[in-house]
Design a protein around this ligand. Structure first.
Ligand SMILES: Cc1ncc(C[n+]2csc(CCOP(=O)(O)OP(=O)(O)O)c2C)c(N)n1
Length: 570
C-alpha cells in the first residue's frame, strides 16, 4: 500500500519517539486518526481540545521532549489556542497538528474552516500549512526541531484533508527551511571565553552578589551546576515561580521565590544586592514589581538563550546569549571559591527579621494550614500541578520543591483550567505520583477531564480547596476595590464529590471529618485517581503581596493585615 500524507505524519511521530498523543478526531483529521490506529502510538481522547494541549504540555514539562496534540479544523483548532499561548509564555515544547478543510475549499468559508495558521501565528514559535504531500515529512521534522531547539515553544502544523489523503510517491523526507521558520541551528549556544572571564571578574568585584534563576535554568538542566556554583561562590540565591526546584530549598542561602508573593526577606535582599546574576528568566512583571525600582543597586549579568530577552526589560551591563546549562557548567570550570562573610551575615539577618509569615493556628478551614500539612505528607517523588489563584501561590510558598520539573504551573499566562489536564500529562510521562492542587473556580474550567482521568486510571490525586469563590479575585477586590465584590462569588454550590464520582473518579470530602488533618494525610497516601474535597474559608489572603504596579519593597504583609501570626518559615 502506498503511503499517504496521514501515514507519513504518524511515521514521523514514531521516528521522533512519540509514545502518546492527546486529541479529538473530527471530519478534517480523520485520515490521521485512521493511520494512528495501526501505529502503536497511544491516544488519549480528551473531552475538550484545550485539555489536549495541556496534557501534551504536562508530558513535555515532565519529560522535556515535545508533547503532541491533535485537533480537527475550525472549533478543534480554536479550542487549542489557549494551550498554545500558555506553552509560548512558559517556553514549553509542543507540536500541535490540526486538520484543515481540503485545499480546494480553503478561503471559501467551508464547513469548519478557520485560518488556523493566521490565528495562532502571534502565539506560537512557528506555524505552517502543508500544501503538498511531498512536504509533510519535512514539516513534521521541522516542527520538532523548532519546538525543542533553542528556547523551546509551541509549533503548529496545519494539514488539509486532501494532503492527508494523498498518496506520497517516493519523495518523502524532504529537507529545507520553511519560509519564516526560526533558525535554531545554534540550539544550545555556549558562552564565549571572553564573556565568562567578565562574569568571573564581576563576581570577584561584587560585595553583595545574588544569583537569580528562572524557568530556563530548569528546562536546560542547569540545576546541578548552579547548585555547585552557589556553594563555591557563597552566593545567596532566589528564583522565579518557574525556577522553583532549580536550587536546593534547604540551603540557608536560598531565599526562594521573589516578587509579588515572595517572602519579604527575598525582596529585601534583592534590593540590597550590588550584582544580579540572572540566569534563564525574562524579568516578568510579577517577579520584578515596578521595574524602575527593581534591584536598584545592582549591576546585571543576564544570561538567556533567547537574544530577544536580553535588554527587553532590564538593561544588563553584561548580556550573554547562552544556554543556561552550558553557561553554568563553563562558569563552574573557572569560578574560584569565594567567601563573603559580611554579605552572608546580612542575608541571614534579613532572613531572620523578615521571614514569610503565615496565619496562626491549625484550622482545617484554612487552606494555608491544609497545604502545610499536605506539603509535609508529600512523597518526595510527587509531581505537583496547580491551577491559577490563591492556591497556586500558596503551593509556591509552602512546598519545598527539590528538583526542576517537579512543579507544573501556568506561570506566564496564568491559565485557570491548566491543573487537571497537566496532571494527566505528567502521569502519562511517567511521574510516579501526581498531585493536582486546584480551586473550585479553576477546576470547573476543565472538569470534564475527570472523565478522561477515570478512563486512564492514572495515579493522580486532586486536592480541591473549595472556598466557593474566585479566591484571588475576591482578595484583590477586598484589598484594592474597597471590598466591593463583583462577580467573585460562586453562588451555586457544586457537589464536587458527586461530580467526580459521576465521571468515574473516586471522591472524598473532608467536610465533617472528625480529624480533618489526619483524614487529609490518609487520603493523600491512597492511590489515585481520586479527588479530595476540602471546604475552606475565603478570608485567608496570599500575603505578602506587592500591590499591582508597586515596587517590590512595598509589600503588604500579614502583620499589616492585623492577623495573628505564629508560624515563621525558615
Ligand atoms: C482562564 C482564566 N480566566 C480568568 C482568570 C482570572 N483569575 C485569576 S485567579 C482567578 C480565581 C481563581 O479561583 P479558584 O480557582 O477558585 O482559586 P482560588 O484563588 O480560590 O485559590 C481568576 C478568575 C484566569 N487566570 N484564567
Amino acid at each position: 500500500m502506498q503511503d499517504s500524507g496521514a501515514s507519513i505524519i504518524i511515521e514521523r511521530l514514531v521516528a521522533h519517539g512519540v509514545g502518546v498523543v492527546a486529541g479529538m478526531p473530527g471530519g478534517a483529521n480523520l485520515p490521521i486518526y485512521d493511520a494512528l490506529l495501526d501505529s502503536g502510538i497511544a491516544h488519549v481522547l480528551v473531552r475538550h481540545e484545550q485539555a489536549a494541549g495541556f496534557i501534551a504540555q504536562g508530558m513535555a514539562r515532565v519529560g522535556g521532549r515535545a508533547g503532541v496534540c491533535l485537533a480537527t479544523s475550525g472549533p478543534g483548532a480554536t479550542n487549542l489556542v489557549t494551550a498554545l499561548a500558555d506553552a509560548r509564555m512558559d517556553s514549553v515544547p509542543l507540536v500541535a497538528i490540526t486538520g484543515q478543510v481540503p485545499t480546494a475549499l480553503i478561503g471559501t468559508d467551508a464547513f469548519q474552516e478557520v485560518d488556523t495558521c493566521a490565528m495562532v501565528r502571534p502565539l506560537v514559535k512557528h506555524a505552517e500549512q502543508v500544501r503538498r504531500v511531498e512536504d509533510v515529512a519535512a514539516a513534521i521534522d521541522r516542527a520538532f526541531a523548532i519546538a525543542e531547539g533553542g528556547r523551546p515553544g509551541p509549533v503548529l502544523v496545519d494539514v488539509p484533508k486532501d494532503v492527508q489523503q494523498a498518496a506520497a510517491g517516493t519523495a518523502r523526507a524532504g529537507q529545507g527551511a520553511a519560509p519564516g521558520a526560526p533558525d535554531d541551528a545554534d540550539a544550545a549556544p555556549a558562552p564565549t571565553d571572553a564573556a565568562l572571564a567578565q562574569v568571573v571578574d564581576e563576581l570577584s568585584r561584587a560585595r553583595r552578589p545574588l544569583l537569580l534563576v528562572g524557568g530556563g535554568a530548569a528546562s536546560s538542566g542547569a540545576s546541578a551546576a548552579l547548585r555547585k556554583l552557589v556553594r563555591r561562590q557563597q552566593l545567596p540565591s532566589a528564583c522565579t515561580l518557574m525556577g522553583l526546584g532549580v536550587l536546593d530549598p534547604a540551603d540557608p542561602a536560598h531565599l526562594g521565590m521573589l516578587g509579588m508573593h515572595g517572602a519579604p526577606c527575598t525582596n529585601l535582599v534583592l534590593d540590597e544586592a550590588d550584582l544580579l546574576l540572572a540566569v534563564g528568566l525574562r524579568f516578568d512583571d510579577r517577579a520584578t514589581g515596578k521595574l524602575a525600582e527593581f534591584c536598584p543597586r545592582a549591576r546585571t549579568v543576564h544570561v538567556d538563550i533567547d537574544a530577544r530577552e536580553l535588554g527587553k526589560l532590564r538593561a544588563a551591563q553584561l548580556p550573554i546569549r547562552a544556554d543556561a546549562r552550558a553557561f553554568a557548567e563553563r562558569l563552574l570550570e573557572r569560578a574560584p571559591s569565594a567567601a563573603r562573610p559580611d554579605w552572608s551575615t546580612r542575608v541571614a539577618q534579613l532572613r531572620a527579621e523578615h521571614p514569610l509569615l503565615l496565619p496562626a493556628g491549625r484550622d482545617p478551614r484554612c487552606a494555608i494550614h491544609l497545604l502545610g500539612e499536605a506539603a509535609e505528607a508529600l512523597a518526595p517523588e510527587t509531581v505537583v500541578t496547580t491551577d491559577v489563584g490563591q492556591h497556586q501561590m500558596w503551593v509556591a510558598q509552602l512546598i519545598p520543591f527539590e528538583r526542576p520539573r517537579q512543579l507544573l504551573t501556568s506561570g506566564g499566562l496564568g491559565t485557570m483550567g491548566f491543573g487537571l489536564p497537566a496532571a494527566i500529562g505528567a502521569a502519562l510521562a511517567g511521574a510516579p505520583r501526581v498531585l493536582c492542587v486546584t480551586g473550585d473556580g479553576s477546576l470547573l474550567l476543565n472538569a470534564q477531564e475527570l472523565s478522561t482521568l477515570a478512563e486512564l486510571g492514572l495515579d493522580v490525586t486532586i486536592l480541591l480547596l473549595d472556598n466557593r469563590h474566585l479566591g484571588l479575585v475576591h482578595q484583590q477586590q477586598s484589598l484594592f476595590y474597597r471590598g466591593r465584590l463583583s462577580a467573585s462569588r460562586l453562588t451555586q454550590p457544586t457537589d464536587f464529590v458527586a461530580l467526580a464520582r459521576s465521571m468515574g473518579v473516586d471522591g472524598y470530602s473532608l467536610e465533617g471529618a472528625a480529624r480533618p488533618f489526619d483524614a487529609l494525610r490518609d487520603a493523600l497516601a491512597r492511590p489515585g485517581p481520586r479527588l479530595i474535597h476540602a471546604p475552606v474559608r475565603v478570608q485567608d489572603q496570599v500575603l505578602p503581596m506587592v500591590p499591582p504596579g508597586g515596587g517590590n519593597r512595598e509589600m503588604l504583609r500579614l502583620r499589616d493585615a492585623g492577623a495573628r501570626v505564629s508560624r515563621v518559615q525558615p
